[in-house]
Design a protein around this ligand. Structure first.
Ligand SMILES: *Cc1c(COP(=O)(O)O)cnc(C)c1O
Length: 379
């Protein structure tokens, strides 16, 4: 059976051009970058070339880029590293209720160490209000962390406004940009971003590699002790192939950003309008404005989300409910609940996220399949 993949917010396939660039670093160019012979030293240079490429794209300094194992580690390193290093200045953090668990659970962890965290609610469209951020700032606020774009409903937050507010109050501003990278051009200077997380596997790069951008002037504590890699801030032999992979993937995503967005938006808009026309009793979750081009999130009244996914899987369709599945039970998504979607509708949601390799034929098959399955499950 042909697999049709519509879960690009969960992960993406590595682009062949990325893989080709990575392969030599597994086999021929395997030297440890800390070694003093040429195949080691040349890898140190390679790392710095890719570090420079990434810094140029984000418009930051080369020594503000740290390689990590992915989005989760970058979020942990940034939040914990900045909170602990700045605890002499204050103990208050502002974030939102719709962050990824990598941010939410890190905040929960910090609360155990005496940090106070304000979790802002989004409005019913899925947006955090920049004015709310400002109103919640206290003398003790040391960090604001608001995601660039949401992984479940795709809403793009007012990052420029929040960045300006943070700068005005001299508070460090972090954004989890894991979903935004590759879809939105991000210039950290323009947006006043002090720290940012990204992950290779969300934009056609490999899994297990991420970047933490942390502005030079921001004090932070390393979270992983060991050798002197990453300027003493993140120990461990560098994932050279991964670094090459994330750098190449970011380069390709940046070059193709306009074309990919146009393609994704065309498929997403076609899908949403077809579902609206052909399937009754649905609810579109989150605003359709200021939303990632490839994201859709729709609730189907009276349909169990996990059954829907199983039936889609039998037709070779990979999709997501956007909710955490624990021990076979579908927990309603914290994001949908935060924007006021009722419990039963939150359990009936389907997240479809399009990618560069999807086409109109796949999308037509998707619409037909949903139409048929929803009828069957509602009967
Ligand atoms: C996927 C994702 C992460 C986690 O990234 P990993 O590389 O899988 O650890 C963090 N934040 C957001 C918004 C994500 O979508």
């Amino acid at each position: 059976m042909k697999i049709r993949y519509f879960d690009h917010s969960a992960t993406t396939a590595v682009d062949e051009r990325v893989l080709d660039e990575m392969i030599p670093y597994f086999t021929k160019e395997y030297g440890n970058p800390s070694s003093l012979y040429s195949i080691g030293k040349s890898n140190k240079e390679i790392i710095n070339i890719y570090r420079m490429k990434i810094a140029n794209i984000l418009n930051c300094k080369v020594n503000e880029i740290y390689f990590t194992s992915g989005g989760s580690e970058s979020d942990n390193l940034i939040l914990k590293g900045i909170a602990f290093a700045n605890s002499n200045k204050g103990n208050h953090i502002i974030t939102s209720k719709i962050e990824h668990p990598a941010v939410l659970n890190t905040c929960k962890y910090l609360e155990k160490f005496g940090f106070k965290v304000t979790y802002l609610s989004p409005n019913s469209e899925g947006f955090i209000d920049a004015e709310e951020v400002e109103k919640n700032i206290t003398r003790n606020t040391i960090l604001i962390s608001i995601m660039f774009a949401n992984n479940e409903i795709g809403t793009i937050q007012p990052i420029k406004e929040i960045g300006d507010i943070a700068r005005k109050h001299r508070i460090c501003f972090h954004t989890d940009a894991v979903q935004a990278i590759g879809n939105i051009d991000i210039d950290v200077k323009k947006y006043n971003i002090d720290a940012l997380s990204m992950s290779g596997h969300k934009f056609y790069g490999p899994k297990g590699i991420g970047v933490a951008y942390i502005k030079e002037s921001i004090p932070f504590m390393r979270m992983q002790d060991g050798g002197h890699q990453e300027r003493d801030k993140r120990a461990g032999t560098e994932n050279v192939a991964g670094i090459v992979g994330i750098g190449k993937a970011l380069e390709l995503a940046t070059e193709n950003i306009v074309e990919y967005n146009k393609h994704l938006k065309k498929l997403r808009d076609y899908y949403v309008s077809e579902i609206k026309e052909k399937v009754p009793y649905i609810k579109i979750n989150g605003s359709m404005e200021k939303r990632l081009s490839g994201n859709s999130n729709i609730s189907f009244t009276g349909v169990d989300g996990s059954r829907l996914l199983e039936e889609l899987d039998q037709k070779g369709i990979c999709a997501s409910s956007g909710s955490a599945c624990s021990s076979g039970l579908l927990n309603p998504s914290h994001v949908l609940l935060a924007i006021g979607v009722p419990n039963n509708l939150a359990r009936s949601s389907l997240r479809i996220t399009f990618g560069k390799d999807n086409d109109l034929e796949d999308t037509k098959y998707l619409v037909e399949s949903i139409e048929e399955i929803v009828k069957k499950l509602r009967y």
